[in-house]
Design a protein around this ligand. Structure first.
Ligand code: FAD
Length: 408
């Protein structure tokens, strides 16, 4: 009985981190309860880029084949000047990328990723997903944990040997345990806004996009203090657009509203064709970019993963990839060394930290380079023009070619 409880895993949150963790632990024979506050799973946001380090894990967990049915494997990442629309650099993806990194670089609608993960979860009867259950209380004992969640008109409890806080950047688990573990991080507004829109390929906005970029690539338009990334989703029937500007603090959540004048002002000086695309693509949804400062992610019987642990700016397009890696590596470590849970969790955290910190630094560097102006932008363009595509791809080997090799 005690053994059964110790193998029971409770996960708060059914985002990308929580769903992947449920699969990863179930693959290792754990019983899993996932508590999700939303009454039904919603794919917040629109598109997502899944780099090979993430798709390799999804393949291991049996979710990649389904995802490939709806995802697109773009041919390249293309960087363009937003004012001139001139191509600055091209990093080959497609078949070349898949061969280089041993797994595909995909773009997909978030709903497609969610559907692939939940379809695979349905093959694991030991996973129980409870929607409409908002975690409101957590008790941590020396050997186990107990979680209380509010449901529509009632409450439920779940207990087990391990609690995984996968409840996102505004994590309740992190907040509820902050008194017990003061070293858990705090959430901070980064001062930037992400603007999102999805446009049908056949719409006027879709045609405006097709006029300035290839429909089978990820294109990033760079400008001082601004950039926009665009790529196909839903088998090319739509394009996902995400623009990034400085901005004011707005309500938390994925579907906020901010003054469109902020976007228009950040786009001043961009090409009229890009400005036209932005106008046709509206209304835009604004999302305040919050990060979680570098701090601890584990305490005895509890691990924070994904955005709950280390939400980062999206400039390396790696937040979800890191959540997927977190989930898979945590399940491996707990399964391989079932003995001392306290030791296992801190070993996992210590191993993950250097990689997460490097990815955060990479995101900061991308932001600096992509939003550069004046002499820095000129130097950037020169470097990009002279660096062969092969070398640009090689610069990403540490990130996309990563595989956890050194298990204990
Ligand atoms: C504009 C933008 C573009 C991005 N693009 C990319 C990209 O291309 N590639 C990439 O890898 N990453 C990208 N990211 C980052 C990525 O979206 C996040 O890192 C990822 O979604 C985090 O997943 P998560 O599961 O940790 O958190 P979330 O997706 O936030 O999921 C948390 C879940 O927990 C639930 N929850 C919260 N509180 C409770 C509670 N008290 N009880 C129960 N449930 C609760 C929530 O309802 C939610 O379902 C992007 C981010 C932004 C802002």
């Amino acid at each position: 009985m005690e053994e059964a409880r110790s193998r029971q895993v409770v996960i708060a949150g059914a985002g990308i981190a929580g769903l992947t963790a449920a699969l990863a632990f179930a693959e290792h024979g754990h019983a899993v309860t996932v508590l999700e506050q939303a009454s039904q799973l919603e794919a917040v946001g629109a598109g997502i880029q899944l780099s090979p380090n993430a798709t390799r894990m999804l393949s291991r967990l049996g979710a990649l084949d389904r995802l490939r049915l709806s995802a697109i494997r773009p041919e390249a990442v293309v960087l363009k000047g937003a004012a001139t629309l001139r191509e600055l650099a091209r990093v080959p993806l497609g078949q070349a990328g898949e061969e280089r990194w041993g797994a595909p670089y995909l773009v997909a609608h978030r709903a497609d990723l969610q559907a692939a993960l939940t379809a695979r979860m349905a093959e694991h009867p030991e996973i129980q997903l409870v929607t409409g259950a908002r975690v409101t209380d957590v008790a941590v004992h020396p050997q186990d944990i107990a979680v209380a969640a509010e449901t529509d008109g009632g409450s439920i409890e779940a207990a087990g040997g391990l609690l995984i806080g996968a409840d996102g950047v505004w994590s309740s688990v992190r907040r509820l345990l902050a008194g017990r573990e003061p070293a858990f991080g705090k959430n901070r507004f980064s001062g930037e806004l992400a603007w999102r829109a999805t446009v049908a390929a056949t719409s006027a906005a879709g045609q405006a996009f097709a006029a300035i970029a290839a429909g089978d690539c990820i294109t990033a338009f760079l400008h001082p203090g601004f950039h926009m990334v665009a790529y196909p989703v839903s088998k090319g029937s739509a394009f996902n657009l995400a623009a990034f500007t400085k901005g004011e603090r707005i309500a938390e959540g994925w579907s906020g509203h901010a003054d469109p004048a902020i976007l228009a002002s950040a786009m001043r000086g961009t090409s009229p064709a890009l400005a036209r695309l932005a106008a046709l693509a509206g209304p835009w949804t604004a999302f305040p970019i919050h990060t979680v400062e570098q701090a601890r992610w584990t305490m005895p019987q509890v691990a924070l993963i994904g955005d709950a642990a280390h939400a980062m700016t999206p400039f390396a397009a790696q937040g979800a990839a890191m959540a997927i890696e977190d989930a898979a590596t945590l399940a491996d470590l707990v399964a391989d060394f079932p003995g001392d849970r306290r030791q296992n969790l801190s070993t996992w955290e210590n191993r993950r930290r250097p990689r997460i910190e490097k990815v955060i630094r990479r995101g900061a560097l991308s932001r600096l380079a992509w939003h550069a102006w004046g002499p820095v932008a000129i130097a950037r363009n020169l470097v990009l023009a002279t660096r062969p595509a092969e070398k640009l791809a090689g610069d990403l080997d540490w990130l996309y070619g990563w595989e956890e090799r050194n298990r204990r």
